[in-house]
Design a protein around this ligand. Sequence first.
Ligand code: PS7
Ligand code: MN
Ligand code: MN
Ligand code: MN
Ligand code: MN
Ligand code: MN
Length: 352
Amino acid sequence: VHERNEAKETETQKACFKFLDLTSRSFSAVIKELHPELLLPVCVFYLTLRGLDTIEDDTSIPFATKEPLLRGFKDFLEIDGWTFDGNRPEEKDRELLVQFHNVITEFKNMKPAYQVIVKDITDRMGNGMADYCKKAELGDDSVNTVEEYDLYCWYVAGLVGEGLTRLFVEAEFGNPALLERPQLHKSMGLFLQKTNIIRDVREDHDDNRHFWPKEIWSKHVGNFEDLFKPENREAALNCGSEMILNALEHVEDCIFYLAGLREQSIFNFCAIPQTMAIATLELCFRNPDMFERNIKITKGDACQMMLESTQNLRVVCEVFRRYARRIHKKNTPKDPNFLKISLVCGRIEKFI
Ligand code: PS7
Ligand code: MN
Ligand code: MN
Ligand code: MN
Ligand code: MN
Ligand code: MN
C-alpha cells in the first residue's frame, strides 16, 4: 500500500486530488492508492477525460460549439491557463473545467512519454465522441447496430484501457505482451462501459440519450420508449438480459488481462472496477427496478468487493464465479436468450 505524502504536494497537485474526489466516487479511492510513479499521471489522465466527458454529456451545448471543443480538446492541454465556463450551471462536473488550468499544469509536469500517451488517447476519444454527436445531430439513431455500440464503447472506454496499458508498460508494471493483445484491454474498457450503459438506461433516457443498440432493443419492443412502460415489463427484462449477455462475453478477456499485471496497486486499480461491474450486472439481471429508477450495489457489497479484489487473481476469479452463479440461478426458460445466457455463465463458472 502506498501513502501519498500530502505535506509535499504543490497547490496544483492538491487541486487535482480535490477534483478527483469531487468527480468520482469509484475511481478516486483506487487512483489515490496507486504506486507513486503512476499516481499523478493516472490522476491527470482521469481528470482530462472527465473534462472531455463533461463537454460530451452537456446537452445544452449546441453541436456547432461542441464539435470543435471535443475534436480540439487535446490541444487545450498545451495552453497554459486554459479554462472553460460554457457548461450549464447544473452540470455536475462544471467546476473541473472552470479550474482546468490545474490539470494543464500537472499535465506539463509529467514525463514526456506519459504526456504523449494521455494526449493521443484524448485526441482519439474526442474525435470519436464528436463523430457520434454528429450522427445524433443528423437525426439518425446514433447507435443502430451492435457494431456501432461496440465502436462507441471503444471510443469512450476501450481507448482508456489502451492508454492505461501503455502507461503500465512504460512504467514497467505490466507485461509488455499485453500490448500485443489489444483485444484484452479493449474488453477491460468495454465491460465497464457496457455495464454503465445498462445500469444507467433510465437516467440516460430521462436525459434524452440512448446507447442501447436498436439491433437489440427492436427484437423486444417497437420503440425504445416502450422499454419503460409497465405493460412491457417482460419484454424489457428480456431486452435487459440480452444486453447483459452481450456484456458478459468480455469477462474471460478481463481475467486474462489481470493475469498480465505485475504490481499490486495496479492490479487493485484494475480489478476493483471489474468486480463491481459484474456485481452490478447481477443486480440488473431480470430486475424491473432498473427501468423505473437508478439502482446501485449496496455499500456492504462494494466493501466486500474491495477486500476481495485487492488480494490475487484467484480470489478475483472466485468473485466472478460467484456472481456468474447468481445470474445463472436467476436465468429463466421464459427468456429467449435462456440457452446463450446459461452457456456464458457456465463458461465463467468453469474458468480456472
Ligand atoms: C483514466 C482511470 C483498467 C485496462 C472519465 C477505467 C465516462 C465506464 O455514465 O462516471 O458518465 O456516470 O461512471 C478513467 C481498462 C472516461 C474505463 C467512461 C477515465 C479500464 C471518459 C472506464 C474515465 C478502462 C468517458 C466511468 C470508462 O465513468 O460514467 C481513468 C483498464 C473517464 C476504464 C467515460 C466511463 C467511465 C467509464 P457516467 P462514470
Ligand atoms: Mn455519472
Ligand atoms: Mn458521463
Ligand atoms: Mn459521456
Ligand atoms: Mn452512464
Ligand atoms: Mn457514474
